[in-house]
Write a protein that binds this ligand. Structure first.
Ligand code: ARG
Length: 471
């Protein structure tokens, strides 16, 4: 049997393999809500423009409501022979309401239909992700406020560098995730134009009102060029690219958690809720959630690459290649969502082992820069000379197996006679972090201020959204 939707010129039905490679219904059924909303907006616009009778439009719109309920109740039979969600729904509509169903597809094509449905799906998904980024930023800021004065080693090259506060470290991620959230918002603002009415590629001769459908579907405006509207997928690429960057940030934090909860570091303990055991080694508690957050990055980068490669050779306008866009986004964005939820849970629950952090913060001569700075500030030494003197002090401390602030004054004076007792005021890790008050620096006072600023900003945002939701 040839296809009911487009089979007019076909004598034979498709080969089984043709059906297999062509059908997208197994995954694009995810778009049913957007597809139904798009069709309802379209047919009501057709009635308002006197292109179909108002009665037919209402019958169609109600039939589509019924189909939505059927799908949501699990009573809808999806058919591969009907290829995709668009034709599955239209065919069912014909069964439900008869020939009037055939009027729905006036002045539109599956090309503008799928572009519209998919934009709405990506848009809705970005909105949900926005709330998740906000939750993560909030929990990081709360934990940062709690640990504004908790000292830990700061690293470069993963070697002890200078002491920092754990709060400062967490607030670094607040900045990163805030930029991720703003990238998603930028993408959303740019993509919020409605392709519907671009039809197959050239627009339509029917007197349609594209402003009306755009407004009904929550778009800011209709797209300006019909060829562009049906043939670009930069909107999903932008969302997935922003997701790739965000997943890179999540992965770095996940990697740090994995390191921090190793026995060798012991900086944090994950809650039982976000750990797993080993089936053979009874003592083990593994940071699987962090590892999986780290691993999700791979598939998200993969989706971005697949989309870029899929698009790069396509002449305008629509090509069937573009059907392959959906699985990538359907995989990448929900996995980012899962990673965000897991990270938020881990950060909220984790126990900070302040003693281990502090001990590590004091090892590795991490306050050597503070000593050099003291030589510059108090003795007026050029920094390069101070660096050299400090290097000799460190060498002596290594030889005596002592931390810097435990070295006897006499030893320090043997290297630089002008050093006084006052130097010890900068050599402990607490004093070191407290002195880093420059803008953006790690001092507990700075961290407290930043964390409070973020928490207040999030509160204000929530209040604003609460108000606009009820307005
Ligand atoms: N399932 C198709 C897709 O996702 C819908 C558009 C089909 N258009 C066409 N001209 N065959 O791309």
């Amino acid at each position: 049997m040839s296809n009911r939707m487009w089979g007019g010129r076909f004598a034979e039905g498709p080969d089984a393999i043709m059906e297999e490679i062509n059908a997208s219904i197994d995954y694009d059924r995810k778009l049913y809500r957007q597809d139904i909303a798009g069709s309802q907006a379209h047919v009501r616009m057709l009635a308002a423009c006197d292109i179909v009778a108002a009665e037919d439009a209402e019958t169609i719109a109600h039939g589509l409501d019924t189909i939505r309920s059927e799908i949501e109740a699990g009573e809808f039979t999806f058919s591969r022979a009907l290829e995709d969600i668009h034709m599955n729904i239209e065919a069912r509509l014909a069964e439900l309401i008869g020939p009037a169903a055939g009027r729905l597809h006036t002045a539109r094509s599956r090309n503008d239909q799928v572009a519209t449905d998919f934009r709405m799906w990506v848009r809705d998904t970005l909105d949900a992700l926005d709330g998740q980024f906000t939750d993560l930023i909030r929990v990081l800021s709360e934990r940062a406020l709690e640990h504004a004065g908790t000292v830990m080693p700061g690293f470069t090259h993963l070697q002890s560098a200078q002491p920092v506060t754990f709060g400062h470290h967490l607030m670094a991620y607040v900045e990163m995730f805030a930029r991720d959230r703003s990238r998603m918002r930028d993408a959303r603002a740019r993509m919020n134009e409605c392709p519907l009415g671009s039809a197959a590629l050239a627009g339509t001769s029917f007197p349609i009102d594209r402003e009306m459908t755009a407004a009904a579907l929550g778009f800011d405006r209709p797209t300006a060029n019909s060829l562009d509207a049906v043939s670009d997928r930069d909107f999903v690429l932008e969302a997935v690219s922003a997701a790739a960057i965000a997943s890179m940030h999540l992965s770095r934090l996940a990697e740090e958690i994995v390191i921090w909860c190793s026995a060798q570091f012991g900086f944090v303990t994950l809650s039982d809720r976000f750990s797993t055991g080993s089936s053979i080694m009874p003592q083990k508690k593994n940071p699987d959630a962090a590892e999986l957050v780290r691993a999700k990055t791979g598939r998200i980068y993969g989706a971005q690459t697949a989309l870029l490669v899929m698009m790069k050779g396509l002449p305008l306008a629509y090509s069937k290649d573009m059907q392959e866009d959906k699985e990538q986004a359907f995989d990448a964005l929900p996995n980012l969502s899962l990673a965000l939820a897991a990270m938020t849970g881990m950060i909220g629950d984790l126990t900070v082992n302040q003693k281990a952090m502090k001990q590590a913060a004091g090892s590795g001569y991490s306050t050597a820069t503070d000593l050099a700075d003291w030589l510059v500030r108090v003795l007026g030494m050029p920094f390069r000379d101070a660096h050299h003197v400090t290097g000799r002090v460190v060498a002596l401390a290594v030889q005596k197996n002592l931390t810097l602030h435990r070295l006897p004054l006499a030893d320090l004076q043997a290297i630089e006679p002008r050093i006084t007792e006052d130097v010890f005021s900068v050599l402990s890790v607490d004093k070191s972090v407290r002195s880093r008050v420059s803008l953006g620096g790690t001092a507990p006072a700075n961290v407290r201020k930043q964390a409070r600023k973020w928490l207040k900003a999030l509160e204000r945002e929530a209040a604003r959204e609460g108000r606009s939701a009820t307005a």
